[in-house]
Design a protein around this ligand. Structure first.
Ligand SMILES: [Zn+2]
Length: 255
């Protein structure tokens, strides 16, 4: 049986440990957890806007409840990156990475409190040119969320399709968004979600040269230890989806 101390090490905070307490007897003691399959959920907005990429707060809460009922435990971006890197670490039996693209204000107003209520953590990919724009996250929101255990990554400066840009423009998008977020957070930012899922070899090369460790696409699939670091697959979540567990089953296939 796991001691409380070693269990807490498996999650990012004591809060999560308490909320994942149902997993105490399921959590594996095998070192590394290297055979895990990790679904990476890709949300956008949590609110009441009428587009397909917005889920209501009620639906989002429902998704988190169902994930917990099925024994999923959310992990931080750093824990996910250690897993992909092959660095030894313990993971919960059923880890999940919950991501959000585009940095909308409703991520702070709606998603963040619901994540906290369920003792779960999320990873937010932010467009840095939009940081002071209407309806978007501000640096103050980001700092507060980071203090609450949330992770952040780049979604570039302007949200242009990277594969359509020349090399200097790709460089600007990646280096400047990273620098802005690092100055807001006071720590390294080394993950990117490609806007519109657009990337190519040149994008990956620039990302690697700048010290990014992981790049997330919008290709459907599930992540395993051998997944290519800069072509990570996610499971997109849409308004019309019937339930997150079904979505993981249908879109979280191994490729
Ligand atoms: Zn986007």
């Amino acid at each position: 049986m796991l001691s409380r101390r070693s269990f807490i090490k498996k999650c990012t905070s004591a809060l999560i440990a308490i909320n994942c307490s149902g997993l105490l007897f399921q959590a594996s003691t095998s070192s590394g957890g290297s055979n895990r399959q990790i679904p990476v959920l890709a949300y956008h907005r949590v609110g009441y806007t009428p587009d397909n990429l917005t889920v209501t707060p009620e639906r989002f809460a429902n998704d988190l409840e169902h994930l917990q009922e099925r024994g999923y435990c959310s992990i931080s971006l750093e824990e996910f990156q250690k897993f992909i890197d092959g660095r030894s670490m313990d993971l919960p039996d059923k880890p999940v990475l919950i991501t959000f693209d585009d940095g909308y204000l409703d991520n702070f107003q709606n998603a963040y409190p619901i994540l906290r209520k369920y003792g779960m953590v999320g990873t937010f990919f932010v467009i840095t040119d939009m940081l002071w724009a209407k309806e978007r996250l501000t640096p103050e929101h980001i700092v507060e969320m980071a203090q609450g255990g949330m992770s952040f990554g780049s979604h570039t400066v302007t949200h242009r399709a990277l594969a359509e840009l020349d090399q200097p423009s790709i460089y600007d998008e990646l280096v400047n968004s990273k620098a802005v977020l690092e100055s807001v957070l006071g720590k390294q930012v080394n993950a990117i979600a490609y806007p519109r899922g657009s990337y190519n070899e040149a994008v990956v090369e620039v990302a690697e040269s700048l010290g990014y460790l992981t790049g997330f696409t919008v290709k459907e699939g599930i992540c395993i230890k051998r997944s290519p670091e800069f072509e990570l697959r996610r499971i997109p979540i849409f308004k019309y989806d019937s339930g997150v567990i079904n979505v993981i089953a249908n879109r979280g296939h191994l490729v």
